[in-house]
Design a binder for this molecule. Sequence first.
Ligand SMILES: [Zn+2]
Length: 477
Amino acid sequence: MNKKALFYAIALAIVAFYLAMTAFYRWGDGTPPQITLVEPFAQAGPTTPLVLHVEDTGTGLQEVTVRLVQNLESYTLAQEQFSPQPLLSIGKNTHQTYDLTIVPFGDDAIPKRRGQVKLVIAARDYSWRGFFEGNWARIEQDLDVKLTPPRLEVLSSPLPVSQGGAGVAAYRVSDDAQRYGVQIGEEFFPGYPNPERAFTAFSLFAFPHDLPASTPVLLVADDGLGNHAEQRLDVPIVPKQWRSRPIKISDRFIERTVRPIIAQTPGIEDLDDPLRNFLQVNNVLRKRTAEQLTALASDSQPEFLWNGAFIQLSNSQVEAAFADHREYRYDGKVVDRQYHLGFDLAVTKHYPVEAANDGKVVMAEYFGIYGNTIVIDHGYGLQSLYAHLSSFAAGKGDVVGKGQVIGKSGMTGLAAGDHLHFSLLLQGVQINPVEWWDPRWVQSRINEPLRDPLRKNPGPVPTQGPRNRIGHLPPGP
Ligand SMILES: [Zn+2]
């Protein structure tokens, strides 16, 4: 045997060995790939993601296909071919994975399928089992594909709503809606089943005092699958002019009010400068308390805890009104601007403070700029706030009645003198209490539209306004 022949023989033997090993290995792999639908679902819509994880040990993935089958027609959503593992890696225990996330029924999806479809996911490996077909894995799942938004039908006639004021929207919404309500700018006012009329829903909503009157009032519904319904409510918005008031602040005022607030509020540091301390409390802390009030509203009871009109603190004089625009002056310069969102009501020092309506106390604690504060939940997102108290006569969890004494007025927090700061909030949005103090307004704008949404518009209802309005203005939040 010459050298050349020996070389060919050895080469042939090596090739034969590899082929034999390949065959041994390819026939030896009897384990099909594993398919996992990471977030299983039975109902799908435009935003429902399909998250797929496929893995294979042994010869590796050859092919993965994702298809929809409906009425004997098949649509390929995804198809992936993989190259075989290199010959040299044969014998090593390969582990291969494939991940896919698609939104099959989104806007760009291939022919939109609605109704019942079958989702078929198949994968095979490079095994030679099954007459060189490979080991197949396959999962099938029936899906209900929903591509229609919830239905909305407005029932209420469009009553005018003031900037900073409130209103009620009555409507019908189909059962598939998971979230529905009134959207105004960034603010969302959830809907609830209407206890006064079966199979209808309602939202109490507020038109924020600082939004332009042209901002649309929208009724919206979402089904959680990406189908969105939206309808504009023809609510006439009555623009309001807010008063502008200068407030002089002195080092003495800051020392007396701001220092105790900083001492009792975690996360607010003493900046060792009176003006910076004041601005921190008037800005940063004011914003934070507003966020906390919004969070507090999300736990509001879905029932009417209140009854009839709200009451203004007895014998009180109005020292500052809702949405007064305050310009804070320090050393002759304007250093800050804020809206005063509430009413400052003064009687005498340590005057007994009465609950404005029936409800449940959801906060009774020291609360930043508001000092000692009580918040009463009246249900459906409506809450009243009593600030600057010198003492508490009710605690968290107490059920209180209209007129019941819940504490005494004082000057804790950011207050220049003894008074009650009273706010009304709807889903955390500050609203003008004047409307709610007026029995005719509550009757015609809230109670009647809920009971009889389709009745004729009774025309404008002038609100009476607060009692004993005077112009003197102590700074308070
Ligand atoms: Zn105030």
